[in-house]
Design a protein around this ligand. Structure first.
Ligand code: PEP
Length: 246
């Protein structure tokens, strides 16, 4: 597999952190810290900060994403946000299927698939999160991608996030991350063929930080990271971006 054939992407998942005012301050620190990065840089913020983030990241190398999206286009879904609404704001990416959504908000493989398809149909780029055991990861990947075309795969990123590593300070070893990221790429290959598999970005997520990023990111099938805690500090996030830029 040739790593040069795909983009390394470092994406921050801010979760339910930062008011819009605080987000503006963090983005002010992030812009100089990731300027000139040799990888794609994404920040996924709460809905309330998206407007501000899009405005402040315009003309920089930071791309803005949301943390969730509803699968219907509009209607009686109180509290939900559609893909079209995100596109209209200038949002480019969206995370779907994060393990916290699966655990606390009854997200299922089927709704992850519906959200991914709705987001892709609206023109968004999608970061699909899968986790747990290698066997489950294979199944979650297959279900999430049902009905997604090979052409749409150009806008799909898959993030392997072992649930036990998220927000715990426990990281998968680089060998474990490599093994499962390679297994995900194999599934993509089975579904879409070798060329699509080689072009698809597969991230690792789970307590990635400035100290362990180098080792994880140098693995051949680990094309970047989805970063929670460390994405809330400009210096830590900047260091991970620098590691992915080597
Ligand atoms: C995440 O929320 O996707 C994540 C990987 O969190 P953390 O980096 O804090 O483990």
């Amino acid at each position: 597999m040739n790593k040069a054939k795909r983009k390394a992407i470092i994406a921050g998942n801010w979760k339910m952190n930062k008011t819009a005012t605080e987000a503006a301050a963090l983005i002010g620190e992030l812009v100089p810290s990731v300027k000139g990065a040799g990888c794609e840089v994404v920040i996924c913020t709460p809905f309330t900060s998206l407007c501000k983030a899009v405005e402040l990241c315009r003309g920089t190398n930071i791309h803005v994403g949301a943390e969730n999206v509803h699968f219907e286009k509009s209607g009686a879904f109180t509290g939900e946000i559609s893909a079209g609404m995100l596109v209209d704001l200038g949002v480019e990416y969206v995370i779907v299927g994060h393990s916290e959504r699966r655990q606390y908000f009854a997200e299922t493989d089927e709704t992850v698939n519906k959200r991914a398809k709705a987001a892709l149909a609206a023109g968004l780029k999608v970061i699909v999160c899968v986790g747990v055991t290698e066997e489950l990861v294979r199944m979650q990947t297959k279900i999430a991608l049902q009905g997604v075309s090979a052409e749409e795969m150009q806008r799909v990123v898959i993030a392997y996030e072992p649930v036990w590593a998220i927000g715990t300070g426990r990281t998968a070893t680089s060998e474990q991350a490599q093994e499962v990221c390679a297994a995900i790429r194999k599934v993509v290959g089975e579904l879409y063929g070798q060329a699509v598999a080689e072009a698809t970005t597969v991230q690792y997520g789970g307590s990635m930080n400035a100290a362990n990023a180098d080792e994880l990111l140098e693995k051949p099938d680990v094309d970047g990271g989805l970063i929670g805690g460390a994405s809330l500090k400009a210096d830590a996030f900047g260091a991970i971006v620098a590691a992915a830029s080597k």
